[in-house]
Design a binder for this molecule. Structure first.
Ligand SMILES: C[S@@+](CC[C@H](N)C(=O)[O-])C[C@H]1O[C@@H](n2cnc3c(N)ncnc32)[C@H](O)[C@@H]1O
Length: 333
């Protein structure tokens, strides 16, 4: 079905979906994104021009309302949702604009330091088209983070496009956290994927969230050869006296020892997505975590250093199996 019919479908206009996520806590953006939105806005907020956060598929707008409730000078908040059932606290916040409309057609008149789409693309037809549009609305250095289930992207012949899209995103320098199913990107980006939206299927059944979701069908639009893509940014992880530092190439995540609750390694395998790698996950005392895959420089050294500081032998990374789950390499004593 096309985007217009999809928006009238019972799967999209579904009252049972979770539209209530707040800023932090159990049912929250901080938890599902793996970072606190206000932390990401802090650097521009402390500058002269203030900061702007756009939340696509914002649901009831509770996360935005809670951000508005912090009364930070220079903070501009915008939320867009197809269904205008906004939380009363969101509707009355002075620095928060709420728009009832579809993110497939709406466009802003400014750029944003943070653009989020928390479990919204699951209900959109042209997920890749929305992603491409949203990436152009970022300010320089701004962050996009949105959930995207690659298993819901299919080629017109019915085959999964999971591996293809994963590769295309990687080649475009766009991050994909397979565990969180989260697309991330820094700074404005032109995303020109060789795929044209062909229609959506609202009968695809539940996705990984357990809720019925929408599959999106694409037609390949290009054949032949293209120039070699730019290499994706080099990642690196270090553990030293200050704590743990993950350099994602375009942005850096750091945690001091005092903020660390524990660290684990695990082997993550998704056969259909051609994924098989190790992940180091560092849990922080306030409920967030940092994670980094084994293609990062210094991965084995970081695991060994954490285990050394814990006073235990480092696990044999080559022998780690998916069934081993998260193996402790450091715990607060
Ligand atoms: C699972 S809810 C998540 C809401 C919110 N982000 C949260 O986490 O609380 C998905 C939201 O996407 C919205 N949505 C679905 N299709 C949309 C579209 N084309 N444009 C804007 N919003 C859409 C739905 O109305 C719903 O509020």
């Amino acid at each position: 079905m096309d985007e217009e019919r999809l928006q009238r479908s019972a799967v999209v206009a579904n009252n049972a979906m979770n539209r209530e996520r707040g800023l932090d806590g159990v049912n929250s953006y901080a938890r599902d994104l793996g970072f606190h939105p206000l932390d990401r806005l802090e650097p521009p907020l402390s500058g002269q021009d203030g900061a702007a956060w756009l939340d696509l598929c914002c649901g009831r707008g509770r996360a935005l309302a809670q951000a508005a409730g912090q009364r930070r000078d220079g903070l501009t908040l915008v939320g867009v949702d197809l269904v205008g059932h906004f939380d009363p606290a969101a509707a009355s916040a002075p620095n928060l604009t709420l728009v009832t409309g579809s993110i497939t057609t709406w466009r802003p008149d400014r750029t944003f330091d943070l653009i989020t789409c928390v479990h919204g693309l699951h209900y959109v037809g042209d997920k890749l088209g929305v992603l491409a549009r949203a990436l152009t609305w970022l300010s320089p250095g701004g962050t996009f983070a949105g959930h995207l289930d690659l298993n819901s992207i299919r080629l017109l012949d019915g085959g999964p496009a999971t591996r293809l899209v994963r590769r295309l995103l990687r080649e475009a320098g766009i991050g994909y956290d397979a565990r969180r199913r989260l697309v991330t990107c820094t700074g404005p980006r032109e995303l020109d994927l060789p795929l044209a939206f062909a229609g959506a299927d609202d009968q695809a059944g539940p996705n990984y969230t357990g809720q019925p979701a929408v599959d999106s069908y694409y037609r390949p639009t290009r054949t032949g050869t293209r120039a070699e893509p730019a290499p994706s940014p080099r990642r690196a992880v270090t553990v030293d006296d200050t704590g743990v530092r993950v350099d994602h190439g375009t942005w850096v995540a750091e945690a001091a020892w005092a903020d660390l609750a524990g660290a684990t390694v695990s082997r993550f395998v998704v056969e259909v997505a051609d994924v098989d790698h190790l992940e180091l996950t560092v849990d922080l005392v306030y409920g967030h975590h940092l994670s980094v895959a084994d293609d990062a420089d210094g991965f084995a050294e970081a695991v060994a250093e954490l285990a050394r500081r814990w006073g235990r032998p480092a696990p044999d990374l080559a022998a780690l199996a998916p069934g081993d789950g998260h193996v402790d390499v450091w715990r607060r004593g």
